[in-house]
Design a protein around this ligand. Structure first.
Ligand SMILES: [Zn+2]
Length: 196
Protein backbone atom coordinates (compact mmCIF):
# COMPACT_ATOMS: atom_id res chain seq x y z
CA UNK A 1 0.00 0.00 0.00
CA UNK A 2 1.61 3.22 -1.09
CA UNK A 3 1.36 6.50 0.74
CA UNK A 4 1.38 9.70 -1.25
CA UNK A 5 1.45 13.39 -0.54
CA UNK A 6 -0.86 15.54 -2.59
CA UNK A 7 -0.27 19.22 -3.32
CA UNK A 8 1.85 19.81 -0.22
CA UNK A 9 4.39 17.63 1.51
CA UNK A 10 3.44 16.52 5.00
CA UNK A 11 0.03 14.92 4.96
CA UNK A 12 0.13 11.41 3.59
CA UNK A 13 -2.71 9.67 1.85
CA UNK A 14 -3.23 5.99 1.31
CA UNK A 15 -3.14 5.88 -2.45
CA UNK A 16 -5.93 3.34 -2.81
CA UNK A 17 -8.26 5.39 -0.61
CA UNK A 18 -8.00 8.49 -2.73
CA UNK A 19 -7.27 7.39 -6.28
CA UNK A 20 -8.98 5.00 -8.63
CA UNK A 21 -6.91 2.35 -10.35
CA UNK A 22 -6.65 4.72 -13.31
CA UNK A 23 -5.03 7.35 -11.12
CA UNK A 24 -8.07 9.63 -11.09
CA UNK A 25 -9.44 11.11 -7.90
CA UNK A 26 -12.28 9.04 -6.52
CA UNK A 27 -15.69 10.62 -6.03
CA UNK A 28 -15.69 12.28 -2.63
CA UNK A 29 -18.32 9.99 -1.16
CA UNK A 30 -16.08 7.01 -1.87
CA UNK A 31 -13.19 8.48 0.08
CA UNK A 32 -13.12 7.74 3.83
CA UNK A 33 -13.93 10.66 6.07
CA UNK A 34 -10.49 11.61 7.35
CA UNK A 35 -8.65 11.66 4.02
CA UNK A 36 -11.66 13.34 2.44
CA UNK A 37 -11.51 16.14 4.98
CA UNK A 38 -7.79 16.59 4.38
CA UNK A 39 -8.22 16.51 0.63
CA UNK A 40 -10.91 19.19 0.63
CA UNK A 41 -8.84 21.25 3.01
CA UNK A 42 -5.79 20.92 0.76
CA UNK A 43 -7.53 22.53 -2.17
CA UNK A 44 -7.56 25.63 -0.02
CA UNK A 45 -4.16 25.28 1.65
CA UNK A 46 -2.11 24.96 -1.54
CA UNK A 47 -2.89 28.59 -2.29
CA UNK A 48 -1.85 29.87 1.13
CA UNK A 49 1.43 31.50 2.18
CA UNK A 50 3.99 30.00 4.53
CA UNK A 51 3.14 30.86 8.15
CA UNK A 52 6.68 31.96 8.95
CA UNK A 53 6.89 34.20 5.87
CA UNK A 54 3.55 35.65 6.85
CA UNK A 55 4.81 36.45 10.35
CA UNK A 56 7.68 38.35 8.77
CA UNK A 57 5.87 40.17 5.97
CA UNK A 58 2.26 40.31 7.11
CA UNK A 59 -0.76 41.14 5.03
CA UNK A 60 0.71 44.36 3.66
CA UNK A 61 3.50 42.54 1.90
CA UNK A 62 1.83 39.24 1.37
CA UNK A 63 3.30 39.06 -2.13
CA UNK A 64 6.73 38.56 -0.57
CA UNK A 65 5.59 35.43 1.26
CA UNK A 66 6.52 32.12 -0.29
CA UNK A 67 3.68 29.75 -0.97
CA UNK A 68 3.34 26.87 1.43
CA UNK A 69 5.15 23.71 0.41
CA UNK A 70 4.68 21.65 3.57
CA UNK A 71 1.73 21.10 5.88
CA UNK A 72 1.95 19.88 9.47
CA UNK A 73 -0.79 19.43 12.05
CA UNK A 74 -4.45 18.57 11.77
CA UNK A 75 -7.08 19.98 9.40
CA UNK A 76 -8.12 23.37 10.72
CA UNK A 77 -4.98 23.69 12.87
CA UNK A 78 -2.36 23.40 10.20
CA UNK A 79 1.06 24.85 10.18
CA UNK A 80 2.13 25.82 6.67
CA UNK A 81 5.75 26.24 5.75
CA UNK A 82 7.85 27.01 2.72
CA UNK A 83 11.00 25.04 1.99
CA UNK A 84 13.22 27.69 3.58
CA UNK A 85 11.34 27.81 6.85
CA UNK A 86 10.87 24.12 7.31
CA UNK A 87 14.33 23.93 8.89
CA UNK A 88 13.26 26.46 11.53
CA UNK A 89 10.19 24.45 12.28
CA UNK A 90 12.08 21.17 12.53
CA UNK A 91 14.65 22.75 14.79
CA UNK A 92 11.92 24.05 17.08
CA UNK A 93 10.14 20.74 17.03
CA UNK A 94 13.14 18.54 17.64
CA UNK A 95 15.61 20.64 19.57
CA UNK A 96 13.75 23.46 21.23
CA UNK A 97 10.73 21.94 22.93
CA UNK A 98 8.16 21.99 20.14
CA UNK A 99 7.55 18.28 20.31
CA UNK A 100 5.89 18.68 23.72
CA UNK A 101 2.96 20.42 22.03
CA UNK A 102 2.44 17.79 19.40
CA UNK A 103 -1.25 17.14 18.79
CA UNK A 104 -2.33 20.02 21.02
CA UNK A 105 -4.58 22.81 19.79
CA UNK A 106 -1.87 25.33 20.68
CA UNK A 107 0.74 23.60 18.54
CA UNK A 108 0.64 26.14 15.74
CA UNK A 109 0.48 29.13 18.08
CA UNK A 110 3.48 27.89 20.03
CA UNK A 111 5.54 27.76 16.89
CA UNK A 112 4.32 31.19 15.85
CA UNK A 113 5.32 32.61 19.24
CA UNK A 114 8.73 31.04 19.09
CA UNK A 115 9.32 32.25 15.56
CA UNK A 116 7.98 35.74 16.23
CA UNK A 117 10.37 35.96 19.22
CA UNK A 118 13.23 35.43 16.81
CA UNK A 119 13.49 31.67 17.06
CA UNK A 120 15.46 30.27 14.14
CA UNK A 121 17.37 27.16 13.28
CA UNK A 122 21.13 27.61 13.53
CA UNK A 123 22.88 28.33 10.26
CA UNK A 124 23.15 25.18 8.20
CA UNK A 125 20.72 23.18 10.32
CA UNK A 126 19.60 20.43 8.01
CA UNK A 127 17.67 17.83 9.86
CA UNK A 128 15.55 17.04 6.84
CA UNK A 129 15.27 13.31 6.70
CA UNK A 130 12.82 13.00 3.86
CA UNK A 131 14.00 12.53 0.33
CA UNK A 132 10.91 13.78 -1.40
CA UNK A 133 11.53 16.58 -3.81
CA UNK A 134 9.64 19.80 -4.25
CA UNK A 135 5.85 19.95 -4.30
CA UNK A 136 5.84 20.62 -8.02
CA UNK A 137 6.34 16.93 -8.55
CA UNK A 138 3.42 15.94 -6.29
CA UNK A 139 -0.03 15.27 -7.71
CA UNK A 140 -2.22 18.34 -7.48
CA UNK A 141 -5.30 18.18 -5.32
CA UNK A 142 -8.55 18.19 -7.27
CA UNK A 143 -9.70 21.48 -8.66
CA UNK A 144 -11.40 23.47 -5.86
CA UNK A 145 -14.27 24.26 -8.21
CA UNK A 146 -14.83 20.61 -8.77
CA UNK A 147 -14.73 19.81 -5.06
CA UNK A 148 -17.11 22.65 -4.41
CA UNK A 149 -19.47 21.28 -6.99
CA UNK A 150 -19.28 17.76 -5.69
CA UNK A 151 -20.01 18.91 -2.16
CA UNK A 152 -23.09 20.66 -3.45
CA UNK A 153 -24.33 17.97 -5.75
CA UNK A 154 -27.17 17.07 -3.42
CA UNK A 155 -28.34 20.63 -3.32
CA UNK A 156 -27.99 21.07 -7.04
CA UNK A 157 -30.13 18.02 -7.55
CA UNK A 158 -32.82 19.37 -5.31
CA UNK A 159 -32.84 22.70 -7.07
CA UNK A 160 -33.29 21.13 -10.46
CA UNK A 161 -36.19 19.07 -9.17
CA UNK A 162 -37.90 22.10 -7.77
CA UNK A 163 -37.53 23.99 -11.01
CA UNK A 164 -38.86 21.14 -13.05
CA UNK A 165 -41.68 20.75 -10.64
CA UNK A 166 -42.64 24.34 -11.01
CA UNK A 167 -42.51 24.35 -14.78
CA UNK A 168 -44.42 21.17 -15.27
CA UNK A 169 -46.79 21.18 -12.38
CA UNK A 170 -48.45 24.29 -11.05
CA UNK A 171 -49.50 22.59 -7.86
CA UNK A 172 -45.88 22.21 -6.87
CA UNK A 173 -45.61 25.96 -6.60
CA UNK A 174 -47.69 26.03 -3.45
CA UNK A 175 -45.29 23.74 -1.73
CA UNK A 176 -42.07 24.70 -3.46
CA UNK A 177 -42.73 28.37 -4.07
CA UNK A 178 -40.68 31.26 -2.84
CA UNK A 179 -39.78 29.79 0.48
CA UNK A 180 -37.90 27.01 -1.21
CA UNK A 181 -36.04 29.54 -3.31
CA UNK A 182 -34.89 31.36 -0.22
CA UNK A 183 -33.67 28.19 1.40
CA UNK A 184 -31.69 27.28 -1.65
CA UNK A 185 -30.09 30.69 -1.80
CA UNK A 186 -28.95 30.19 1.77
CA UNK A 187 -27.43 26.89 0.80
CA UNK A 188 -25.46 28.44 -1.99
CA UNK A 189 -24.03 31.16 0.21
CA UNK A 190 -23.43 29.08 3.27
CA UNK A 191 -21.68 26.08 1.83
CA UNK A 192 -19.10 24.38 3.94
CA UNK A 193 -16.25 25.69 1.89
CA UNK A 194 -13.12 25.71 4.01
CA UNK A 195 -12.12 29.08 5.34
CA UNK A 196 -9.34 30.09 7.58
ZN1 LIG B 1 8.49 30.81 4.60
Amino acid sequence: MAKVSIGLRGWRFEESEVFTEDGEFKPLDEIPEDPRERLVRLTYLVEQPCDACYLIHGDEEIKRCAQAAIVYGEPGDELLLCGDHEADFLYWYREDGGKAYRGEPTFRDRFHEWFADGGRAPEGYGGLDHVETDPDTLPDPPDPQEIHQRLNEDFEGRRINLREGRDEDDEAEDEGGEKADLDLDDVDLGTDYPSR
